[in-house]
Ligand binder design. Structure first.
Ligand code: ADP
Length: 248
C-alpha cells in the first residue's frame, strides 16, 4: 500500500515521553555520514538522518563565471539547496521554489563565517545540496553535510559547522524534529553552530517558546550538536585514513 499523506497522529509524545518514531524527547535520529562519495567534485558528502537522504558536492576555490561577480579581496561563496522531484510524497517541481531560494541563502550564511574566504581572492566556492529524500530538518542536515564536504574539498575553515533542529510537541521540548513533528508540532527552531569556536551561525524559530522553554531548547540543541559534530569528525577521519592506506 502506498501512503500518500502522513496524517496527524493523536499524540506526538505519549505519556511515557515516547515520540511517533519511538525516540525519547532528547534523541536524534540515526545518523550516517560518508565523505568523498563523488569522484568529480572537489569535496562531497552523503548524509542520512533518519529518513532524510542528502548529497552535497563542493567545487573550488575556482575561477568565477561570470567574472564580474568576483571580489578583489576574498572568495565568493555560492550555495544551491534543492529538493529532487521524488524527495517528497507528492512530486515536487524540479524548478527552484521560493522556499529553496530562501534556504540556499540561509545555508550559505550559516557556512560563510567558518570559511577563510579572504585566503582566495577572485575565486568562488560552490556548494550544491541535493535532497534526495526529505523528512524534516533538511536545512540543518544540509548544513552539517555541506560543512563536511567543504572540509573534504580541503578548504581551510575555522571550524566545522554543525546544525540540528529543536522544537516543541505536545508541550515537550524535543530534539531533531521529523516531518510529522515539524508539521504538527507547536514550534521548530533550527540552529547551526561552530562547535569549537562556540558561535551560532543560524538561529530561526517558528512558533512560540517561553524564555524557560527557549533555554531548555538551546541546551537540548547543544546536546544534539555534540553528537552530530562527533559523527562529522569520525566520517572525515575515516575517509582520510582510507586515502592514507590507498597511498601507502
Ligand atoms: P526543513 O527540512 O529544514 O525542516 P521546512 O521546515 O521548510 O524545512 O520543511 C519541513 C519538511 O517539510 C521538509 O523536510 C520536507 O519533509 C517537507 N517538505 C518541504 N517541502 C515540501 C514539498 N514541496 N512537498 C512536500 N513536503 C515538503
Amino acid at each position: 500500500m502506498i501512503i500518500r499523506k502522513e496524517e496527524k497522529p493523536i499524540k506526538l509524545v505519549d505519556e511515557n515521553g515516547i515520540r511517533v518514531d519511538g525516540r525519547r524527547v532528547d534523541e536524534i535520529r540515526k545518523l550516517n555520514i560518508e565523505v568523498g562519495v563523488l569522484k568529480n567534485a572537489d569535496g562531497s558528502c552523503y548524509l542520512e538522518l533518519g529518513r532524510n537522504r542528502i548529497i552535497v558536492a563542493v567545487y573550488g576555490p575556482r575561477e568565477v563565471h561570470p567574472r564580474h561577480l568576483s571580489l578583489p579581496d576574498r572568495a565568493i561563496l555560492r550555495c544551491r539547496y534543492h529538493m529532487v522531484p521524488f524527495s517528497v510524497l507528492e512530486r515536487k517541481s524540479p524548478n527552484p521554489t521560493r522556499r529553496e531560494i530562501e534556504l540556499s541563502k540561509v545555508i550559505r550564511e550559516a557556512l560563510e563565517p567558518a570559511i577563510f574566504l579572504e585566503n582566495f581572492p577572485r575565486t568562488t566556492i560552490d556548494i550544491f545540496i541535493e535532497v534526495l529524500q526529505a523528512d524534516g530538518g533538511t536545512r540543518t542536515a544540509g548544513i552539517s553535510a555541506a560543512a563536511v564536504a567543504l572540509a573534504d574539498a580541503g578548504i581551510p575553515m575555522r571550524d566545522l559547522v554543525t546544525a540540528i533542529a529543536v522544537g516543541k510537541a505536545d508541550g515537550h521540548i524535543i530534539l531533531d524534529l521529523n516531518d510529522v513533528e515539524d508539521k504538527y508540532g507547536e514550534a521548530d527552531m533550527p540552529i547551526a553552530i561552530m562547535p569549537n569556536v562556540g558561535k551560532i551561525t543560524l538561529l530561526q524559530a517558528d512558533g512560540v517558546f517561553t524564555p524557560e522553554e527557549f533555554k531548555t531548547a538551546l541546551n537540548l540543541a547543544n546536546k544534539g550538536i555534540k553528537e552530530v559534530y562527533t559523527k562529522q569528525k569520525e566520517a572525515l577521519r575515516k575517509r582520510y585514513l582510507q586515502i592514507k592506506e590507498e597511498v601507502e
